[in-house]
Design a binder for this molecule. Structure first.
Ligand SMILES: Cc1cc2nc3c(=O)[nH]c(=O)nc-3n(C[C@H](O)[C@H](O)[C@H](O)COP(=O)(O)OP(=O)(O)OC[C@H]3O[C@@H](n4cnc5c(N)ncnc54)[C@H](O)[C@@H]3O)c2cc1C
Length: 405
């Protein structure tokens, strides 16, 4: 799909379609046979994540000098990333979000705002997908209200001394986590509001602990931890971007992340369509396949509509991002609106789609041996992570000029 001002072309390029096929084949061969077992064991398959790296998935949006694909904006690198997330997510949502967070929250802040030194030091391993990075914004008292960050960082003898805690941080405590970038209060701004900055904390720094992983409803294969910081010292040059701009930087990073989460939702809805069509033809009741009954077939038809609408909104927002990076508009305001619209619609559709899919599977849909049960558990977080549905509605209403608080 390409975005060109008023004209949006609603077809993916041949290269994008070929790339989709490559990722689909990888997911089918490498992930599908093991996913149920990993999900049950809450196992994070480090080797598979590194294989995703070998396939180049973590480097799609990075320049060649750090080992990335070095794609031009016209080649649609962000669209490629969304396709990869969608295709992984069609087989397993956890590995889809591992890539989404690995690039969107791990690589992006350093690539976009980091110093040359930081990029040279940290990006090659991350871009190669051999290591992972997390971004710690959320705290017990600061989620939707991310500006309420309590974690503090004070300068002392050329080092930031960090104290506080973060929660729900993806990719933050795996065997291959190399760092987390955290937001912390570094003082008081001229406006009197807290000054919030972003700081890189390498894994293994004394005083930084990734606490035991959460026991989550879904995303069992994804790595999520609470983090604690106790007199944790990192060199002053680990500040990412400008002092006091950490919150604003993170909000900008989140816009891309919303489109990527929408792509994850599209993969989930596609999985529901595929599974339901197959099952509706195989499962017989009262003398024929359940797909012959309108009560079932119409529900599957509704899934198809959700799929296409979600996919169009997602690809459109991704194409807008690629066009923006290529200096061809749209405005940041238009992109933000498109990102929130795609995230809201696709994630809510995914939750509905998994509910319908479980219904189509009847009692079997409630059994863990069928993938719809896993997808049902995995869907809910899509309405929460990277800005809840309520936050998206707030942003969309504000984008329309409404003075909503
Ligand atoms: C599995 C998982 C992975 C995550 N990964 C990361 C990560 O890598 N990094 C990171 O920083 N965070 C991460 N998060 C955190 C996630 O982004 C937050 O959970 C989310 O933004 C919501 O914040 P909260 O949990 O504090 O909920 P709250 O902000 O407390 O919200 C509670 C409820 O109130 C509603 N609400 C709050 N404020 C408003 C308002 N102004 N108007 C209307 N409704 C409102 C919310 O929509 C929600 O329904 C992750 C979360 C999970 C569960």
């Amino acid at each position: 799909m390409t975005y060109d001002g008023d004209m949006t072309q609603f077809e993916l390029s041949r290269e994008h379609e070929e790339f989709r096929r490559t990722v689909r084949d990888f997911a089918e061969a490498t992930i599908r046979p093991h996913v149920a077992e990993w999900d049950k064991a809450h196992h994070f398959p480090t080797d598979v994540v590194q294989k995703m790296g070998e396939l180049g998935l973590f480097g799609l949006t990075a320049p060649e000098e750090y080992g990335g694909a070095g794609l031009e904006a016209a080649d649609g690198p962000f669209t490629s990333l969304c396709l990869a997330i969608e295709e992984l997510g069609r087989v397993d949502q956890s590995l889809g979000v591992t890539l989404e967070a690995g690039v969107g929250l791990g690589i992006n802040p350093i690539l976009t705002y980091g110093s040359d030194e930081q990029k040279k030091t940290w990006l090659p391993d991350l871009v190669a997908g051999q290591r992972l990075a997390g971004f710690g914004l959320t705290e017990p008292g600061a989620g939707s209200d991310a500006g309420a960050t309590k974690t503090r960082a004070e300068l002392d003898g050329g080092a930031w001394v960090i104290n506080g805690g973060k929660q729900f941080i993806t990719n933050s405590g795996s065997d291959i986590t190399s760092l987390v970038t955290v937001t912390a209060r570094t003082g008081v701004a001229e406006s009197g509001r807290p000054e919030i900055s972003a700081i890189i904390v390498p894994a293994g720094t004394p005083g930084f602990v990734a606490e035991p992983a959460y026991d989550k409803l879904g995303w069992h294969i994804s790595d999520t931890h609470p983090l604690s910081f106790t007199d944790c010292r990192v060199p002053e040059d680990h500040l990412v971007g400008e002092r006091g701009r950490g919150y604003a930087q993170f909000l900008a990073i989140l816009d891309d992340g919303r489109v990527a989460i929408a792509a994850l939702a599209v993969g989930l809805i596609q999985a529901c369509v595929d599974l339901c069509v197959e099952y509706s033809l195989d499962r017989h009741t009262m003398g024929g396949p359940i797909g012959r009954k309108q009560g079932v077939a119409f529900q599957v038809a509704d899934l198809e509509v959700m799929l296409h609408a979600s996919r169009m909104l997602t690809y459109r927002a991704a194409a807008m991002k690629d066009a923006m990076d290529g200096g061809r508009g749209p405005s940041m305001k238009e992109f933000k609106q498109a990102a929130s619209v795609a995230k809201l619609y696709a994630s809510e559709s995914a939750v509905t789609a998994t509910r319908i899919a479980t219904q189509v599977f009847g009692g079997y849909g409630f059994m863990e041996e069928y993938p719809v049960a896993r997808f049902y558990r995995d869907a809910k977080i899509l309405e929460i992570g990277e800005g809840t549905s309520e936050v998206q509605r707030m942003l969309i209403a504000r984008g329309l000029g409404l003075p909503v608080e």
